[in-house]
Design a protein around this ligand. Structure first.
Ligand SMILES: [Zn+2]
Ligand SMILES: [Zn+2]
Length: 403
């Protein structure tokens, strides 16, 4: 039976997946500079025997594993490959050799897992119908997001996938378990860059000047009305300002205040409206108080929705693979993820791979210098992904005429 065959292959390839992950972890590369990583992935795909490989978006790959009747249905599996500008603080044999760059978001685990899944799927390709499209993408961590560039470069064409699955490590879920959420899951993200201009001078004579510090303070408070009074309470929204820079002194009113923040939500129509409202409120306050406003909104990733039926089928398949008790329901997560670009185009399911091991002190969050994973989870990272793909090929809707 295919399920037990995939499980035993995942067990057999576990050490290789771990070793690939360690190689990637020790040799991390920043977003859109994944040249050696891409070379490594290409070499491994060729070693497996996969021949239909296409370069996409400079450092990304799209590759095909064709089963019997390859046009029947196409499922895409996605991994991201980039690392972060963080100095690794872990003392491990596979510690980053590239000082100041670290796989602190687990993309090394995603890439190694997808290579493992590819090896399994290639081996059993005469036992399923349809095609698996492997997507190894660059630049998840940096706007505009590698996913958007992969899509522009045609990764969702020839053949067009009927659905796409992506997995991400989750240090809050114990290794051995996975988590899913059908429907809305992660937020859109926009970066806010604001400058409030006034007229600086001696702090003892405020009547002579226009104080941008006071104006900016009012503006920050007023902008919170977007979340508390303008947003529909049923749509989660977050507005946070993490940087306020007024370079005056005890007795100096500065000329300007620079502010940076983030706006996140889970609805595209509301997202656009919120942008307009923020500009309107900020302009009203700043100009009303005699200052001048420069307000730039840099749009990041869209919100991430998991297609409910694909996700429900994937959850059923995960329960078959791991047992009922190891498949968790997740809550909404207000971080962003560029997988959202794929799931805006085709049915998507982005799920979480538990990588926590408290006994071994593996508890740090992603994007921290002490982040690590319990590597035992990689057996599931590879095997479950292969199983979800063949399960999805064998059931659910098939839309060959729409391709
Ligand atoms: Zn990240
Ligand atoms: Zn990530």
């Amino acid at each position: 039976m295919l399920l037990s065959q995939i499980k035993s292959l995942a067990k057999a390839y576990k050490e290789e997946v771990i070793s690939n992950r360690r190689h990637l972890h020790a040799n991390p590369e920043l977003s859109f500079k994944e040249f050696k990583t891409a070379e490594f992935v290409e070499t491994k795909l060729k070693e497996i025997g996969i021949t239909e490989i296409d370069k996409k978006a400079t450092t990304g790959w799209s590759a095909l594993i064709k089963g019997k009747n390859p046009d029947k249905k196409v499922i895409a599996l996605r991994a991201d490959m980039d690392a972060l500008p963080i100095i690794e603080a872990n003392d491990v044999p596979y510690k980053s050799k590239n000082l100041g760059v670290m796989h602190a978001c687990g993309h090394d685990a995603h890439t190694a897992s997808l290579l493992g899944a590819a090896k399994i799927l290639h081996e059993i390709k005469d036992q399923f119908e349809g095609t698996i499209k492997l997507i190894f993408q660059p630049g998840e961590e940096l706007v505009p997001g590698g996913a958007s560039l992969m899509i522009k470069d045609g990764v969702l064409q020839n053949p067009r996938p009927d659905g796409i699955l992506g997995q991400h490590v989750m240090p809050f879920i114990p290794a051995g378990k996975v988590g899913f959420r059908p429907g809305l899951y992660m937020a859109s993200t926009d970066e806010l860059y604001i400058t409030v201009n006034g007229k600086g001078g001696h702090g003892a004579m405020p009547e002579t000047f226009i104080d941008p510090v006071l104006i900016a303070s009012h503006m920050i408070v007023a902008l919170q009305q977007i979340v508390s009074r303008v947003a529909n309470p049923k749509i989660p929204s977050v507005l946070s300002f993490g940087r306020v820079e007024a370079l005056g002194a005890t007795n100096v009113i500065p000329n300007e205040v620079k502010i940076q923040g983030t706006f996140r939500t889970l609805d595209e129509a509301w997202r656009s409206k919120a942008h307009e409202k923020m500009l309107q409120i900020a302009r009203g306050i700043v100009e009303g108080m005699g200052g001048q406003l420069d307000f730039e909104i840099r749009k990041g990733y869209p919100f991430l929705k998991n297609e409910p039926e694909l996700t429900a089928r994937s959850m059923d398949a995960a329960r078959e693979y791991l047992g009922e008790e190891n498949v968790l329901d997740l809550d909404i997560w207000m971080a962003a993820e560029d997988f959202a670009f794929y799931s805006q185009e085709i049915d998507g399911c982005f799920y979480r791979l538990g990588t926590r091991n408290e006994a071994r002190g593996i508890i740090s969050g992603v994007h921290t210098p002490t982040f690590d994973i319990e590597e035992d989870a990689l057996e599931i990272g590879a095997g479950l992904m292969a199983w979800l793909a063949v399960s999805e090929l064998s059931k659910g809707k098939s839309l060959p005429n729409l391709r």
